[in-house]
Design a protein. Structure first.
Length: 459
């Protein structure tokens, strides 16, 4: 589905559109430029010679072609929404309204002699007439006044990736439809972190920055210069993080991240009350809870306790055996809102691999390298993408959970994965003892038979 940017002239549609398209790896198309290329004439000349009505007909045909064509990021001329035929076509697209005040729009474009609309004496009335149309068509509105294009683009990516409940959205409506791989980074400083992000950006959909594990950081620089949406967190020592300072100062760091417009701020569940009053940013709150010695059997109940208090619930335990992954699988299967669920430790690695196949799973975490794990049991982003094609895995992927008990069986699973069509099938090992295999297979089959994950359990 196309992503279409609408708004009055001067809103920044072209500049922001280029940034969004680059970060998503999609083509960018400006409808006005395409019309000029097709006709070999300037829009100003078309307006002067044939009139606005003729131009709007050309524009409608162009809009319809673009929206119904290959997936792309599209910027429309400010008046395209006034044609009822174009409005009907735009109902089938993700329309983002880039909002700018009339005065600021004029200050941005007043010297642009190539805009024919600038010569209209009723331009302020045109603005007032179009605003409610933009608002009616859009699934997301982002203010551009006084803001840098990069920050606006990140807000668009964040807002479309995980729509708020009141927008009727779900993770399956995500803009980043094929890629739920998130790098978990703990570089020593801002520049090192940005270098990691630049290298990993083509392979990931998001990145988590562990501020508590950095010696120094510049939050605004990280958010502004990242090529992917960011999750910022500052884990305290009580959660086995690296931050040892006062709680008040830790929350101030997270508030700064929130106000800078990162995609998500990850806050411990016991700190939710301290952030519940934060307003004025598109940043979403992840409420996280960790267990470092076990996986609670009642993860789904803990999810239900947090579900209505945050945008995303994140629950992570530590698996000591294969059966410890069962509550995580149950959580991922039964969640009805955005969720992050996994088990740490080598016994839980399979949950990191399988989680993108669940309908409401937001992401899975991979490390930048084998030497830079931020949690036990992580595999690298490269392995997630190159071996398992997790950047392509979604709720339509057929998952095969192999119950194994020997190294040889694990190698067979890897060979099956090598032969699989990337994104269509996912083969994952769940290692246990031979005697436990049949019983474990029955338990897994009981959890994974639903519509979200079509699982074939193999012993």
């Amino acid at each position: 589905m196309a992503v279409v940017l609408v708004g009055f002239m001067g809103a920044g549609k072209t500049t922001v559109g280029h940034i969004i398209a680059e970060r998503l790896g999609l083509p960018f198309v400006d409808s006005d430029v395409l019309i000029e290329q097709r006709l070999g004439r300037a829009i100003r000349d078309i307006f002067t010679t044939e009139g606005e009505a003729y131009f709007r007909q050309l524009e409608h045909v162009t809009v319809a072609d673009l929206v119904r064509g290959p997936e792309a990021v599209i910027a429309l001329g400010g008046g395209a929404v006034e044609d009822p035929r174009s409005r009907a076509v735009l109902r089938d697209a993700r329309v983002v309204y880039l909002r700018v005040s009339y005065d600021e729009a004029m200050s941005r474009v007043k010297s642009d002699e190539f805009r024919p609309m600038l010569h209209r004496p009723d331009l302020d009335e045109v603005y007032q007439r179009r605003v409610p149309v933009y608002e009616d068509l859009s699934v997301l509105t982002v203010d551009t006044g006084g803001r840098r294009p990069g920050a606006v683009a990140l807000e668009v990516l964040s807002g479309l990736a995980w729509p708020a409940a009141d927008q009727g959205g779900s993770p399956m409506d995500a803009l980043v439809t094929g890629n739920r791989v998130a790098a978990s980074l703990a570089a020593p400083d801002t520049d090192s972190c940005l270098r990691d992000l630049a290298r990993l950006a083509p392979r990931i959909g998001l990145a988590e920055i562990r501020l508590d594990l950095m010696r120094a950081f510049d939050i605004e620089k990280l958010v502004t210069n990242s090529r992917v949406p960011l999750i910022l967190t500052c884990r305290p020592e009580r959660e086995r993080g690296g931050y040892a300072g006062p709680e008040r100062e830790r929350l101030a760091i997270l508030r700064a991240a929130y106000e800078c417009g990162c995609a998500y701020v990850d806050v411990e569940a016991d700190s939710l009350d301290s952030v519940s009053g934060w307003r004025g940013s598109a940043t979403r709150i992840i409420a996280s809870q960790h267990w470092f010695g076990h996986v609670p059997a009642d993860l789904i109940d803990k999810y239900l306790d947090l579900r209505d208090r945050c945008a995303v619930v994140k629950l992570v335990g530590t698996a000591q055996s294969a059966t410890d992954v069962l509550p995580v699988l149950e959580l991922l299967q039964d969640a009805t809102t955005p969720v992050i669920g996994m088990a740490m430790g080598s016994a839980g690695t399979c949950t990191r691999i399988i989680s993108p196949a669940f309908r409401h799973s937001v992401l899975t975490y991979g490390s930048a390298s084998t030497a830079n794990q931020t949690a036990p049991g992580q595999i690298t982003v490269d392995e997630m993408v190159d071996r398992y094609a997790l950047h392509l895995v979604n709720a339509g992927t057929k998952v095969y959970m192999h119950i194994t008990s020997t190294d040889g069986q694990d190698q067979e699973v890897l060979r099956a994965q090598e032969k699989a069509v990337p994104g269509a099938e996912l083969h994952v090992s769940l290692r246990t003892t031979g005697a436990d295999s049949p019983a474990l297979a029955r338990l897994v089959a009981g959890i994974l038979p639903g519509a979200s994950v079509e699982a074939a359990v193999r012993v």
